[in-house]
Design a protein. Structure first.
Length: 104
């Protein structure tokens, strides 16, 4: 199912993240500083202990959990530690003045 996540003017600035809620999900949108035209969308809760990832930091294409420093690649959802649970990611696309995500 494809759902509207936000309007383009609500997107975070390059190098930043912002959380959005809807359809029972809390998602985070990240725009890497090096490629601000790309949007990465992922669950806003860390798979480790549910910390809000939008309160963490964005280091290139890696989001760092604010509680325990767990690190996830925002493109793949993979942790930098083998065996850690992955971060759920979502396909996003911009159409006109809105951003849409594919929800399984």
């Amino acid at each position: 199912m494809i759902v509207k996540l936000c309007n383009v003017q609500d997107l975070p600035a390059p190098g930043e993240m912002r959380a959005f809620q809807g359809r029972g999900l809390e998602l985070c949108v990240a725009r890497p500083r090096k490629d601000p035209s790309r949007l990465f969308v992922f669950d806003n809760r860390c798979p480790h202990q549910n910390a809000m990832l939008n309160q963490g930091s964005l280091e290139g294409n890696v989001v760092v959990c604010p509680l325990h420093g767990w690190r996830y690649d925002i493109a793949t959802g993979c942790s930098d530690v083998a065996g850690d649970p992955p971060l759920k990611t979502y396909e996003a696309r911009q159409q006109d003045d809105a951003v849409f995500v594919q929800i399984p």
